[in-house]
Structures are given as structure tokens and as C-alpha cells.
Design a protein around this ligand. Structure first.
Ligand code: OGA
Ligand code: ZN
Ligand code: ZN
Length: 465
């Protein structure tokens, strides 16, 4: 936009009023605005006798603000732009705007990757032309990143500017997809089973299963062909296998002198897997191939439900368990792992519960909060809080129990659902589960794709699920 075109535009719009800001006035205004905290536009009221000269279309810096039907709704401050959206001002730093350009020159339409670097944005980036019609903001730049032509126009919708979605997986963006807390009776009612055939071949059924997995943290696949390969097939429908030192898939069977209590016939209390790893696997699969021994039932519980109850009934204990870390270790000849994490892992900003970390068999001694000697009262408070949580986890009314039949596979959220197994009699019959893990990242992506491609199946209704 040059001055000639600007004046032509002005003539075309001669019936509408418009506003021109001088840069210094805008700066004063911005200072005043920041004092008052709610900036207001500076108005240039046009009357018939006051036809502004061409130069008045521009700030002293040469910025032309395109007149639109929505009058006086955009103005400049010092290094920032103000938009009026439904009478509410939105403040946008100019460097932020330049960085957020979504145009095909800045964001490759095929790769969706950026073609410029934030560090290449000139220090005092300024617009030379601005248009805001209440729905869309367009800017041409006076001093763009080197290499950009003068035609380069940045365009954003008002909705994008108001609510840029940085992370589609954030719970705030889809509150209906959040965890649905459950105890025994709710899980008895809502347990979701999908046939292997549907899970593999029917996108609608698969999406419903994924939605249930997201909401309840636990689903079952049935009628699985009798093959050790199937756990991989079920897992990779969701995402790539997570490899660990147990293998990309693993067998849960009794072995002599087992290095993991899971590989014995003993009772295995409620726990989550691989808490000693830097990134514990997000989802776990256990495909039952054989289960003819007496005993060996599987137990599941919703740790988020127990955490919620603690937050309500004993907020100080909840806080203690969210602030103080426990240690988790795996220390054998060939593998040495250690990590510290609190039982309740909260989002540092929103304080929402992100993960529960709970695996008594793999706990190390209690790490001291500040590296010094343990305080007797502190340890006893901690033990008491852990006991309170454990009691909730172990409660029968919170536990969903079943004996996995050969040909069924359980899939569960390992950062939320605790699992356990009853002791079994290994002298008669056989018990064999094939296990696999898939990372949280992969499932978040799968959930988002399912939701986008099959919104009708994703809509979840507690009564009909
Ligand atoms: C495990 C485990 C459960 C079972 O291997 O981590 O929890 O039913 N196994 O054997
Ligand atoms: Zn651009
Ligand atoms: Zn386990």
C-alpha cells in the first residue's frame, strides 16, 4: 500500500469516518493505557469540513490504517497493536504478531513447518499497513525479515488471535474428554469391550474404544486370535510400540528366580509399571494367552478417583503427596534405573492432576526433601498420607476385578489406572500374558485423529456406551 492508493481508498470511503494516530500520541496513549490498564482508542472524529490531508492517513512512522466499517477499532501503541473486539481491547506485541504469521510464505502449506526463524525478526518490527474488520486482521510490514517482498501480508482471524491453540491436547480445550472418575459400580456398568475384529477393521468401533480409553482409562478387547503376535497388532493400531529392556513386547509368566515379582505366582499389589524410568509408558496392554491356573485374577482401580477423594477429604495430605517426591528404582546387574516423582503430579500452572505415580514394589528409601537428615515428624506425616491413599486404592468398592480369559486383552492408562494380580497356583495349569506398552504421546495423537475423523463416534454418552 502506498500513499497514492491510500488516498484513493480514502476518497472511496469518503462517507465513513476514520481515525489516524500519530505515533507519539499513540505512545502517550499507550502509557496512559498501561497506567489505567485498559487502553482506549484515540479517536479522530471526522466532520464534513475536516477532510484530512493525505499525510494524516499515516502515523508519523508512515503506518496506514485502512478504514473499515468497524470504526476506531485498531490502534498502535509502542511496539504493540490494540484491537477492539466486541468492545474489549486485545493487546498484541508487534513482534509476537510477526512471529505468529500463518501465511503460506511463513508456514509451508505442505510440511506445515516454519520457513523463518524467530531470531530473524527485526528488533523494532513495525507495520506499514493495517486492516482490522472485526473478524480478520491483516498487516503489511515496514521492516520485514530480510528476504520477504513488500507484498508479504500477514493475516489472522480474530478467533485465532484471541485463543491461539498452542496445545490441542490440553484438557481445557475439550472438557468433555477429561477423565471420568470411577469406582467398582461405575466400572461394572460402563466397562467397554470391543471385539478384535471391530477394533482392527471398524474405524467407528475403534474410535468409540479410544474414547472410552481416554475417559475411563481402561478397555478390553475380546475374541482375539490365539497368537503371540496379536498384542503387537492391537498396540500398533494405537501407536508405535514402546521399547524397554523388557523387550518391545514381553511375556508375563512364572520364571525361576524372577527379577520382577510379576514373573512369579505371588500376589502382586496395586502398582503402575516402570515408575523408575524417566518417562514411564503411558499405556499398557496385557493379552491373555493362557489362564487355567486357579487364582490369577486381575484387579484395576482408578487412582484419579482416589486422588480426588483425598483432595476433598484431606487437602493437606493431598498437597503433601503432590509436593514431596518418592524414589523409584530398578537396580540389577545389567540395568540401573532411578527416578523421583511425587504421588500426585500436578500441572505447575493449573494445578490439575496430570499423573499419579504409585508403585510400592519399586520404591527406594524415602528421599529427604532437602538432602539433609530426615525429620521424624515429616516422615510420619508422609507415611500417614501414603497410608490414607493406599487405603483408598485398596478399597473393595474402588476395585474392578475380573479373571482375564484367553483371547482377551486389557488396555489401560498406566499413569492413572493401578493394576494388581491375585496369587495363582502355578503347579496346575498355566498362566501366560503377553504385554506391550505404547507412549502417551502416541495415544494423545491417536485420540486427536479419531476425534477429528469420526466426531460422531467420539461423542460419548455415558448412558449408551
Ligand atoms: C506386570 C503385571 C499383571 C499380571 O507384569 O507388571 O502387573 O496379571 N502383571 O500378571
Ligand atoms: Zn507470513
Ligand atoms: Zn504391572
Amino acid at each position: 500500500m502506498n500513499f497514492t492508493r491510500a488516498s484513493r481508498l480514502l476518497r472511496q470511503k469518503s462517507t465513513s469516518s476514520y481515525r489516524v494516530l500519530s505515533y507519539s500520541v499513540a505512545r502517550n496513549f499507550a502509557a496512559a493505557a498501561s497506567r489505567a490498564d485498559v487502553p482506549r482508542p484515540l479517536l479522530y472524529k471526522r466532520t464534513k469540513s475536516q477532510v484530512p490531508a493525505r499525510r494524516e492517513l499515516c502515523t508519523s512512522d508512515g503506518v496506514f490504517i485502512e478504514p473499515t466499517e468497524n470504526k476506531e477499532n485498531v490502534w498502535l501503541g509502542s511496539g504493540e497493536l490494540y484491537l477492539l473486539d466486541n468492545k474489549k481491547p486485545i493487546k498484541l506485541p508487534l513482534a509476537y504478531l510477526r512471529d505468529a504469521c500463518l501465511c503460506p510464505l511463513c508456514k509451508d502449506p505442505h510440511s506445515k513447518q516454519r520457513t523463518f526463524r524467530t531470531g530473524d525478526i527485526p528488533q523494532n518490527i513495525r507495520p506499514r499497513w493495517i486492516k482490522w474488520d472485526g473478524k480478520e486482521l491483516s498487516i503489511k510490514w515496514a521492516n520485514d525479515i530480510p528476504g520477504y517482498s513488500t507484498d508479504h501480508t500477514s493475516v489472522w482471524t480474530g478467533d485465532y488471535l484471541k485463543r491461539p491453540i498452542f496445545n490441542t491436547h490440553e484438557r481445557a480445550h475439550s472438557p468433555d474428554d477429561g477423565p471420568l472418575l470411577w469406582g467398582q459400580s461405575r466400572m461394572n456398568r460402563l466397562q467397554h469391550w470391543v471385539s478384535f475384529e471391530d477394533y482392527v477393521n471398524d474405524d467407528h468401533a475403534f474410535t468409540v474404544a479410544m474414547k472410552n480409553l481416554k475417559r475411563m482409562g481402561l478397555i478390553f478387547v475380546k475374541d482375539i486370535p490365539e497368537s503371540r503376535e496379536m498384542v503387537e497388532k492391537i498396540a500398533t493400531r494405537m501407536g508405535p510400540l514402546r521399547n524397554t529392556f523388557y523387550g518391545s513386547t514381553f511375556d508375563v509368566r512364572t520364571v525361576p528366580q524372577a527379577k520382577n515379582v510379576a514373573y512369579t505366582n505371588q500376589f502382586l499389589g496395586f502398582h503402575m509399571d516402570l515408575m523408575y524410568m524417566n518417562e514411564p509408558p503411558g499405556y499398557q496392554l496385557l493379552h491373555c494367552l493362557e489362564n487355567s491356573c486357579s487364582g490369577g485374577e486381575s484387579l484395576f482401580g482408578d487412582s484419579f478417583s482416589a486422588a480426588h477423594a483425598m483432595k476433598m477429604e484431606a487437602p493437606q495430605m493431598y498437597q503433601l503427596l503432590s509436593e514431596h517426591c518418592l524414589g523409584y528404582e530398578y537396580n540389577h546387574e545389567s540395568h540401573v534405573y532411578y527416578n523421583k516423582r511425587p504421588i500426585f503430579e500436578l500441572d505447575p500452572v493449573t494445578k490439575e492432576l496430570l499423573h499419579v505415580n504409585y508403585s510400592p514394589p519399586f520404591q527406594s528409601s524415602i528421599p529427604s526433601p532437602d538432602g539433609r537428615d530426615h525429620d521424624v515428624r515429616f516422615v510420619s506425616k508422609l507415611v500417614h498420607a501414603i497410608k490414607t491413599f493406599t487405603t483408598k486404592i485398596d478399597s473393595t468398592s474402588a476395585t474392578f476385578e475380573l479373571k482375564l480369559a484367553p483371547g482377551t486383552c486389557v488396555i489401560f492408562d498406566n499413569r492413572r489406572i493401578v493394576h494388581a494380580r491375585r496369587q495363582f497356583n502355578a503347579s496346575k495349569g498355566s498362566r501366560w500374558l503377553a504385554g506391550a506398552y505404547v507412549d502417551t504421546d502416541a495415544l494423545l495423537s491417536r485420540f486427536a485423529v479419531c476425534k477429528r475423523q469420526h466426531p460422531e463416534a467420539w461423542r460419548w454418552n455415558e448412558a449408551t456406551s
